[in-house]
Write a protein that binds this ligand. Structure first.
Ligand code: UD1
Ligand code: CA
Length: 509
């Protein structure tokens, strides 16, 4: 049985060691801001209330925690610490709200993103069963540098916590450290907080000094060694941020694998905390699944694909090195390799988006294909449309974006430019190499390209000419242009005669 409790999370510090313009707790690991990790963990425990002590960049931290997907709800409150005068001072700033909130106060720091709710629950149970005035979660670290050291009394209780900067050489050799996670009898804590004095070296009011003050009064402080010390890791530098990120991603990948997702070389993938992946989906090495991405069942995500804030239904294939953002892909569709789906791309069932194809703010209907080297922007493509290689929607006139509509069963020949706004009606064909500037009626064939001229015997004539005047082989460039312009028409020139017109032939690929 756990007594009613409230949680206080400290997050007002500057994060000096982070050397950043941004507050340390606004940096991300495992796809979430540090402060978001800790507040979510707190929320899972269902405390009476959660108080976050904010100071440096308070506005940004409050905004981060108030926006979805942080499920903080009505339990979340903020306390201001206007000047970062130490962890003890931070709690003192919330005296009014905290003192009466619940008989127990669980305190931890905003920079411990690996902490799990289950571990905190066990800690609360431990404290509730003990008679101690406070409990401290401790960890034995390989390298305890930077952490406060736990000095035990002969009866194994915690006598004192000594900060790194104040520790004697013998104390520095202690490998049991303070995780910064405490459980206090609320009333007793606030009595001692009033008695804190600034640290001699830093001038800060240390929360850790409360442990010594409680001992002075004859109150006992219990130690609770954390089962997995990695969970207690505090992020103080960017090197530690990278470490925490790697651990969080390993945890996420493992979770997914245990839920039926195949991940090859999981140490190479980056999957954000909020990503969902269905069973029997296969994830190849180097894949990034970011933000609020949802991947269905039986999908295959090829190597080095990066997918952000997107929805993939079941049976979707994403081949190697695709970049996909804020897009929706329906069941059975295939993307890539090397495709780029930009925001608001919607790919229909069984549709195929092939290599070097870019799609932006466009809907591609069921069964339609754009397999090679194409740009589709601001377009609506119907069902069973074939978009030939190298097709481009010219959606931007230098000022505004315009729409292209391609209706069902249309065939667009390779190398077509569709100058928007433009509509190609149902079942229509567009000849390869066309520049379409007017609408194409349903069932029509549109060809919009200059006619071909064949200059018969051109090569032989040229050869004869150059043999007669060998210097002409080195014609200056502008003369070459002049010759080309003259010979552009259907009349033919001294170099040859116009060829008879051949009918444009359209071949389905
Ligand atoms: C702290 C502990 C140390 C422990 C370690 C565990 C103290 C004095 N030291 O050291 O014993 O081993 O955590 O990770 O508590 N904060 C405020 N207001 C302030 C100062 C800090 O809200 O005036 C917040 C910070 O935003 C941060 C947290 O308190 O989230 C901890 O501060 P930090 O400077 O990281 O403490 P450490 O030096 O890591
Ligand atoms: Ca810290």
């Amino acid at each position: 049985m756990i007594e009613p409790f409230t949680i206080a999370i400290l997050g007002a510090g500057l994060g000096t060691r982070f050397k950043s313009k941004r507050a340390k707790l606004l940096h991300s690991a495992g796809g979430r801001r540090l402060i978001e990790h800790t507040v979510r963990t707190a929320t899972e425990l269902l405390p009476r209330k959660i108080f976050v002590i904010v100071g440096y960049q308070a506005k940004e931290i409050i905004e981060t925690l108030s926006a979805p997907p942080v499920p903080s709800g009505e339990r979340l409150f903020f306390i201001r610490q206007t000047k970062p005068m130490g962890t003890g001072h931070a709690l003192r700033c919330g005296r009014q709200e905290l003192e009466t909130a619940a008989p127990l106060l669980l305190v931890f720091y905003g920079d411990t993103p690996l902490l799990r709710a289950e571990t905190l629950r066990q800690f609360l149970e431990f404290h509730s069963q003990s008679t101690a005035a406070a409990s401290v979660m401790t960890a034995v670290m390989e390298d305890p540098t930077g952490y406060g050291r736990i000095v035990r009394a002969p009866d194994e209780s915690v006598k004192q916590i000594v900060e790194q900067k104040s520790a004697s050489p013998e104390q520095q050799a202690i490998r049991e450290i303070n995780t910064g996670i405490y459980c206090f009898e609320t009333r007793l804590l606030f009595v001692e907080l009033e008695r804190l004095v600034p640290d001699k070296i830093t001038g800060e009011y240390y929360l850790t000094d409360v442990i010594h003050l409680l001992n002075q009064r004859g109150k006992r402080v219990a130690a609770y060694p954390i089962p997995d010390p990695a969970e207690a890791m505090g992020v103080n530098t960017r090197a530690e941020l990278a470490q925490a990120d790697a651990l969080l991603r390993a945890r996420k990948a493992r979770e997914l694998m245990l839920a039926g997702v195949t991940i090859y070389q999981p140490e190479t993938v980056r999957i954000d905390a909020d990503v969902e992946v269905g069973a029997d989906t296969v994830i190849e090495p180097g894949v990034s699944l970011l933000g609020r991405t949802r991947v269905g069942e039986d999908c295959h995500i090829g190597p080095f694909a990066t997918i952000q804030d997107s929805e993939l239904a079941d049976h979707v294939t994403v081949k190697q090195s695709c970049v996909i953002a804020e897009s929706k892909i329906a069941s059975g569709a295939s993307i890539g390799p090397f495709a780029h789906l930009r925001p608001e791309a919607e790919v229909g069932e069984e549709a195929k988006i092939g290599n070097f194809v870019e799609v932006k703010k466009s809907r591609i209907g069921r069964g339609s294909k754009a397999q090679h080297l194409t740009y589709l922007g601001d377009a609506t493509v119907g069902e069973n449309v074939n978009v030939g290689a190298g097709t481009i929607t010219c959606n931007y006139d230098g000022e505004k974006k315009h729409q292209t509509v391609i209706e069902d069963n249309v065939f667009i020949g390779s190398g077509t430019e569709l100058v928007a706004p433009v509509r190609v009606g149902k079942n229509a064909y567009v000849g390869a190499g066309s520049t379409i500037t007017m609408g194409v009626p349903p069932d029509a064939l549109a060809i919009a390209r200059s006619l071909q001229t064949n200059k018969l015997r051109w090569v032989k004539e040229r050869k004869k000419k150059t043999e007669k005047q060998p210097t002409e082989a080195m014609e200056p460039v502008d003369e070459i242009f002049a010759t080309q312009q003259q010979s552009g028409g259907s009349k033919g020139t001294k170099l040859g005669k116009a060829a008879p017109r051949t009918k444009g032939k359209i071949k389905r690929r």
